[in-house]
Design a protein around this ligand. Structure first.
Ligand code: NZQ
Ligand code: ZN
Length: 381
């Protein structure tokens, strides 16, 4: 096993009505709160009213920035930073899915350190300060509620990139599975794919970390058990709770310890370009790219793919291609797209994607990708 440091400072409240603990949590945080929300679902379903009431009952002044879109943009983050500066806010509450919480994390870094968002993300400057950030999650998928990562897209430079800092873990996160009962089927499927992809990204890091491997397998097997039932029963609290917790555990460090890198992330880096070009939901890009990446990488990591297959199926002699088929079948079973065509994209679009990969050179932290690999992956999409 590789050396590692286990660190996760997020305090996480999980379960029905955990929002009741919000006033107590923020009592010492100062007067003015910047509340970030998305395109309107939290208002439509009543979560916004509940949260604003709690903030006001605690005597806070709410400054609101709403309208953050899925696949969030640098432009919105910059606007929210301006608002934070104008009102000199004291702390931040993010109410929504990954897009809202990720934006809030970068707004926090830029505002607290008086630095441009993109300079931070491109590692030109290093933030040292933070304000308190509270995450109230309404969509199980990314794991952002208990990690230090954020992803934004910059259309000017044609990049969608992630940034990680130990300063960016939410201080406290509230996860009430009831808040996810309104997530529609397609978005639920996207979240399931995303959390499986995170588990796989962990698995395809390097080194010998058997317990972390078993955590990956357990998380995927748990997901494969509840997911088909959940897709038929979207209002089922217990199934939603199982999904919410697997999504958090898939990317809060549990599956990473003892590996050479904190995950591979080559598949994510490739898939982000599809979101960047066509605004495709994150989960859909992954159910298409992961199988293609596995097929193209089989020549490098065949034994590792087989090891995954054995852990997931219990079959000792499973082949790499059977393992990939097993994953594809699961994605298909829950209605996730597994081919580029199913995203409504064509051969010309593939070329466009390849061209952008050749400019930005996405790669994994463990498994490096060459232009030849890109060609192979494209051929399997
Ligand atoms: O915008 P609103 O109206 O709020 O609607 C959202 C949005 O349309 C809707 N939604 C959220 N909660 C809902 C709901 N609809 C009904 N009921 C609810 N309770 O769902 C849609 C998608 O929301 P979004 O926040 O975009 O989804 P997700 O949580 O999947 O976040 C995706 C973003 O996170 C990044 C992705 O790249 C993408 O930009 N990621 C962040 C990571 C991290 N920080 O660790 C890791 C991931 O790999 C990922 O890259
Ligand atoms: Zn992801």
């Amino acid at each position: 096993m590789e050396n590692f440091t286990a660190y996760n400072p997020t305090k996480l409240h999980f379960g029905k009505n955990v929002i009741e603990q919000l006033p107590e949590t923020i009592a010492s945080y100062g007067q003015k709160v910047l509340l970030l929300t998305g395109k309107g679902s939290v208002k439509k379903y009543g979560y916004y009213d509940q949260v604003v009431k709690k903030l006001q009952d605690a005597g806070k002044t709410v400054i609101e920035f709403s309208g953050i879109k899925p696949n969030p943009t640098l432009v919105d983050a910059e606007k929210a930073v301006q608002l934070a500066q104008t009102h000199q806010i004291d702390f931040i509450v993010a109410l929504g899915g990954g897009s809202v919480i990720d934006t809030a994390k970068m707004v926090n870094m830029a505002y607290a350190n008086d630095l441009p968002v993109w300079d931070i993300m491109k590692h030109k400057v290093e933030p040292r300060l933070k304000k308190s950030l509270i995450a109230i999650l309404t969509l199980a998928a990314t794991g952002t509620e208990m990690n230090g990562a954020a992803v934004l897209q910059n259309h000017q430079t044609q990049e969608k990139i992630g940034y990680f800092s130990t300063l960016m873990y939410p201080e406290v996160s509230f996860l009430d599975p009831s808040y996810t009962l309104t997530v529609p089927k397609n978005q639920t499927v996207n979240g399931i794919v995303d959390l499986i992809a995170h588990s796989l990204e962990a698995f395809f890091s390097g080194g010998f970390a058997p317990l972390s491997d078993r955590f990956v397998a357990a998380n995927i097997l748990e997901t494969m058990d509840y997911a088909p039932k959940l897709c038929l029963d979207l209002k089922n609290y217990d199934l939603r709770a199982r999904m919410m917790w697997t999504a958090t555990v898939a990317e809060n460090g549990t599956t990473m310890h003892g590996r050479t890198t904190s995950g591979d992330w080559g598949t994510h880096a490739l898939a982000h370009h599809i979101s960047l070009l066509w605004d495709t939901p994150h989960g859909q890009t992954l159910s298409v790219v992961f199988p293609a990446w596995l097929k193209a990488m089989s020549y490098k990591i065949e034994a590792r793919i087989k090891a995954l297959g054995s852990l997931l199926t219990g079959e000792k002699n499973i082949s790499a291609s059977e393992t990939i088929l097993f994953l594809e079948k699961f994605f298909e079973q829950i209605g996730a797209p597994i081919r580029f065509k199913a995203l409504g994209l064509n051969e010309r679009d593939k070329q466009k994607l390849l061209d952008l990969w050749l400019i930005n050179r996405p790669s994994g932290l463990n498994i490096e990708l060459s232009p030849k690999d890109y060609q192979q992956i494209i051929s399997f999409l």
